[in-house]
Design a protein around this ligand. Sequence first.
Ligand SMILES: [Zn+2]
Length: 542
Amino acid sequence: MIPATVEQLLLVASVFWVLTANRPFFAAVLGGHSLTEVGTWGLLLATGVLLVAMHFAVLALLATRLTVKPLLALLIVTTVIASHFMSAYGVFLDPSMLRNVLRTDVLEARELLSPAVAVQLSLYALLPLLLLWRARIVVRPPLRACGVRLLALLLATVAMAGSLAVVYKPFSSLLRNHKEVRYLITPANYVWSLASVAATDARGAARPRQAIGLDAAAGSGRGKGDRPRFVVVVVGETARAANWGLNGYTRQTTPELARLDVINFSRVASCGTNTEVSLPCMFAPVGRRNYDAERINGSESLLHVLARAGVSVQWRDNQSGCKGVCDGLPSETVATINPPGFCDGGRCLDGGLLHGLDERLRRAHGSNLIVLHQLGNHGPSYFRRHPPAFARFQPECTNDDLSQCSPAEIVNAYDNALLYTDHVLASLIATLQARAGDVDSALIYVSDHGESLGESGLYLHGVPYAIAPAVQKEVPMLMWISDGFRRSAAIDSTCLQRRAAAPASHDHLFHTLLALLDVRTALYEADWDLLHGCASPQRAAS
Ligand SMILES: [Zn+2]
């Protein structure tokens, strides 16, 4: 028998898996890096340390003197099978794949378990299982065992933090481009996916969304003979307030908007630091001020409330969907509309969002809301977000891997993408303005979250809200309101300009849109309506 502590077994197993089962992951990390460079070896070493420390830490939370052997034996066998299928079929062991695997019946499984699997098992499982069987677990007094485990976890955490600091930049770039790559980390991938499937099943099938604003109705402020009202909300992507020309950024990234009569809100806080959090939150009655993800995602959105009051609503997407905000309501994607000259390989430029809008304005009647969900400054490939004519700040980063570019090149590409958003918004205003004689129109543009561009070594976004830097939480926002709309809703522009200099947040969107579209409901809170005090009182009252 070989004497070994639980921690020693876990460490040996973690190193073994990282070295034998993670070739596809290391290949993805290496992509584009040359093995002749010293930096590449540093990256490989740091990646290896990170994976070992991560696996060790998770196992150290689960394994005890009694469970360590069966736990490791099970993982040794399943990891061999898992990595065989990953290399043979190029599959990613994500939750949907695991769901497929769990639905496989015995016959299918027998066909899949080919002789190749037996060879792999004898190569990578037999010897480890034999060693595991021969190991004699060293017994420690309980208090000492706890102390050793805590110390081991602490060391693993330090190793994770240290290696993460080294790999953060190339990793954040890689994982944004190829999210699926994380499902190559074995055995963490299938264990995580299995847990995720189990958790989803436990929560039960998708429950219907809780209805909100059942009392919503058109306000009395509008009569039968009134002109159509057409409100456009442009949900921006990854635009940050710090680089917004209208906010006084040293570069003019909004030259076209600067010439128009827009109301720029210069101090706007986003609800989250990623699209998944921000999007549902901005269309909820209570967002960041009393944040509750479960309530927000389990309830209807502003769009459902407006539709209930007779507003014609439409979601038009040029990104990753409406995250439940438009469930069951009319929606379309730019890729399926496929306007000529905007799309390439399933990705479309934001200009495509405006396709056919003029026709809609011409036919508009009653109250209308259309939401345009931009691709905006979606990173890391900022240079892909604008047509060549907008590459004005040079040299710009034209590599999907940000670690291959200098900070100045990254900022140039980012600012060029903002120049294009400026152009799209100005074109949209021109379209609305051209029909302003017949249709009262308004535009609200607001970005979903900001972005880090290398400040304190951070890139992209998604840092947990509480610790996120300001650049990820401060977003540009503006309004444009046609003269006819201002008159019919008695909006005082000077008052609104004054309001725009004060702090605002995503929480204001819900209530401001209720007021703009003159929809009454008990959900309305005047304090969160940016027009409150700047529009006719009978409209602002709930
Ligand atoms: Zn986003």
